[in-house]
Write a protein that binds this ligand. Structure first.
Ligand SMILES: O=C(O)COP(=O)(O)O
Ligand SMILES: [Mg+2]
Length: 228
């Protein structure tokens, strides 16, 4: 049986793994960087699990071949990071695709009169061109990238800031994401949280997380909402 509809005043949505499948572009940039460094390439499946904590952490994980490389608090080597950024600025959006139900879902959310935002850990220099190239940019009233505030997801700061920009209480906001970072950021901000099972989540199953709903698509998320 369907749960009763959730009443909200705004919806914030994660980018990589929720709106767009960006893993092929990230994979191409990672392999071009490894080639610059004279190192062998990496499998696309590794990239899929390494996405989610921003580009500096992605580069560290690619160089180390390990998820844990993101946790040591050091920056990545400057030459590797510069190479990745140079290649990603060319690859960004080339092979990125909307997940099924994204456009229908965004149209339905707009039809409900809900303001929409993007909350991503991707750097702003890549977020804005990507949203423009994929035609999603006009849907959003606020876009918060990973490098525009002192603390990115899983900190609640980007969600609290976006809620303020939209002049709504975070308690009336739904965060839709694909990962444990979206879940923790949403919970800490006091937002409702829906998760999609088709994204990246660092290789783990989002069903392990006690969120307010697992939705197969953004279209299904929209069906479960009403405007408060
Ligand atoms: O880690 C990244 O670069 C972006 O990830 P996000 O859009 O899922 O926050
Ligand atoms: Mg994501």
């Amino acid at each position: 049986m369907m749960p009763p509809p959730l009443a909200v005043r705004a919806v914030l949505i994660d980018l990589d793994g929720t709106l767009l499948d960006t893993v092929l572009d990230l994979h191409a940039a990672a392999n071009a960087m490894l080639d610059d460094l004279g190192r062998p390439g990496i499998a696309v499946e590794s990239i899929r699990s390494y996405v989610g904590r921003g580009i500096a952490n992605l580069v560290k994980r690619v160089l180390a071949g390990s998820m844990a490389a993101a946790d040591d608090g050091t920056p990545p080597p400057a030459d590797a990071l510069a190479s990745f950024k140079r290649h990603y600025s060319i690859e960004n959006g080339r092979n990125a695709t909307l997940f099924p139900g994204v456009r229908e879902g965004l149209d339905a959310l707009q039809a409900l009169g809900l303001p929409l935002g993007v909350i991503t850990n991707k750097a702003e220099a890549f977020t804005l061109p990507l949203l423009q190239r994929t035609g999603l940019y006009p849907y959003f009233d606020v876009i918060v990238s990973g490098d525009v505030l002192p603390r990115p997801k899983p900190d609640p700061m980007p969600l609290l800031w976006a809620s303020g920009r939209l002049a709504v209480s975070p308690l009336d906001v739904l965060m839709i994401g694909d990962s444990v970072h979206d879940f923790h950021a949403g919970r800490a901000a006091g937002c409702h949280v829906f998760l999609v099972p088709y994204g990246y989540n660092e290789g783990r199953d989002v069903r392990e997380l006690a969120c307010d709903g697992i939705v197969a698509s953004l279209a299904e998320a929209a069906e479960r909402l009403v405007h408060a």
